[in-house]
Design a binder for this molecule. Structure first.
Ligand code: FIX
Ligand code: ZN
Length: 415
């Protein structure tokens, strides 16, 4: 049994540092998707989080920035955020964590040297290096059959890599209105421009074909703060008549990512999305009325986190995951993880990276491992104070579940 706080700290840190992670939501791709897989210093520095922060210091027209080439954009971001100001925002710090872990000399005029480091790297060797350094076992991609470039590769040249699992992302279907029906018609699905049994059947066929093609581990959608269910809308009818039946048939979760206000500043493009408080009632209704379906849910507003935890206490078919996007900052990860461990114990997926650039796996997981270990240490310390006989193997078991096993158990679970 563990006898002291010092011994406990060592064991928690060792377990957290050694666990191989399943990253349940990313925007990464296997190398066969070519330019869709982003990596290297200039992609790191022009991550949309950093572009949003840079524009706070710029007076130039947005288009002037977007018309620059990638390296010029990167030079400008670096100068504004790393040279003219201290880079202590989480997104800036993350870039420096990556460079530090890669063994590079961290300095204000380092950009040309960092570019040299990446010049003679191949994507395949760098994928191996990043997975090894980050301790990530596998990532789940975000795979959109409505993206022309991505669809082309799925249909003609996809090459499986067991470190990259697929998730079928269906935002255009659920948020795209009637245009998506015409797109399905163009692809040969016998849908009408109105919703009827024939159209539902053809959309289920479309979904099934892509779940099969991708071997998708779940189906996912991001939803606005106004998301309601039930409601008299195309989105709700498609969820009820197409998404949930297909997810149940394949026994895969439906992942709801709720609270995104798309393009509140369209001039910022991908960096232009914001956040809004959402309705937990929609989540409760879905979990209560579809008990044989599984729901993975992450919500973007800090204000939704407590009620999401309480909802997970009520519904075993609800798996809470990640500190998403604007919540993926040390102070909020700490607060939210503490609340989740106190309300849900081990039955949660505390984090995902949302990495868009391969290298980000290194920093997003280094930062989160430390915070989750700190929270776990406090929880185990409180547990030991009751006299509970805590053993190292208990901690190793819990950490493996939190960082990988809970996800796969939920994927396999039949309800
Ligand atoms: O909908 C999503 O998957 C979001 O995570 C992204 O759209 C967002 O741009 C992002 O990468 C946040 O971290
Ligand atoms: Zn994402």
């Amino acid at each position: 049994m563990i006898k002291s706080d010092m011994e406990l700290r060592k064991i928690v840190d060792k377990a957290m540092n050694e666990v191989k992670i399943t990253d349940v939501h990313t925007h990464l791709y296997t190398p066969c998707f070519k330019d869709l897989l982003l990596w290297g210093i200039d992609e790191l520095v022009t991550y949309h989080y950093l572009i949003a922060e840079t524009f706070r210091w710029l007076d130039i027209p947005y288009e002037d920035f977007w018309n620059m080439d990638k390296e010029s954009q990167s030079d400008l971001v670096w100068n504004k955020l790393f040279v003219e100001n201290s880079p202590y925002s989480e997104a800036c710090r993350g870039v420096l964590t990556v460079l530090n872990k890669l063994g590079l000399d961290i300095k204000k005029d380092g950009l040309p040297q960092y570019r040299k480091f990446f010049e003679n790297k191949t994507v395949d060797e760098y994928v191996d290096m990043v997975f090894d350094m980050s301790g990530v076992k596998e990532v789940v991609m975000t795979n959109d059959p409505f993206d022309d470039a991505e669809r082309e590769i799925w249909l003609n040249s996809y090459k499986e890599d067991e470190r990259f699992k697929a998730a079928l992302r269906i935002d255009p279907l659920l948020n795209g209105g009637e245009d998506v029906l015409r797109q399905l018609m163009d692809w040969g699905y016998d849908v009408d421009t109105e919703l009827n049994e024939k159209t539902y059947g053809e959309i289920r066929r479309f979904l099934s074909e892509w779940v099969d093609r991708m071997d998708a581990v779940y189906m996912a959608v991001s939803l606005p703060p106004t998301f309601e269910f039930p409601e008299d809308s195309m989105r709700a009818k498609l969820i009820e008549n197409c998404i949930l039946p297909v997810c149940r048939e394949y026994n895969i979760p439906f992942a709801l990512m709720i609270g995104v206000k798309k393009l509140v500043n369209p001039d910022l493009k991908l960096a232009g999305d914001s956040v809004g408080k959402s309705s937990i009632e929609a989540v409760e209704y879905l979990c209560a009325n579809y008990p044989h379906n599984k729901f993975m849910v992450t919500m973007l507003a800090k204000e939704n986190q407590h009620e999401l935890c309480v909802a997970a206490r009520k519904f075993r078919n609800l798996l809470v995951f990640g500190c998403w996007w604007f919540l993926n900052n040390p102070s909020l990860i700490d607060e939210i993880t503490r609340m989740r461990f106190e309300l849900l114990g081990v039955s949660v997926v505390p984090q995902h990276s949302d990495a868009r650039v391969l290298d980000q796996l290194i920093y997003k997981w280094a930062h989160s491992r430390k915070i989750i270990a700190d929270v776990l240490y406090d929880k185990y310390k409180d547990l030991m104070a009751t006299g509970w006989p805590l053993a190292e193997e208990d901690i190793v078991r819990d950490v493996e579940k939190l960082m990988s096993g809970n996800f796969w158990e939920f994927i396999e679970r039949e309800l």
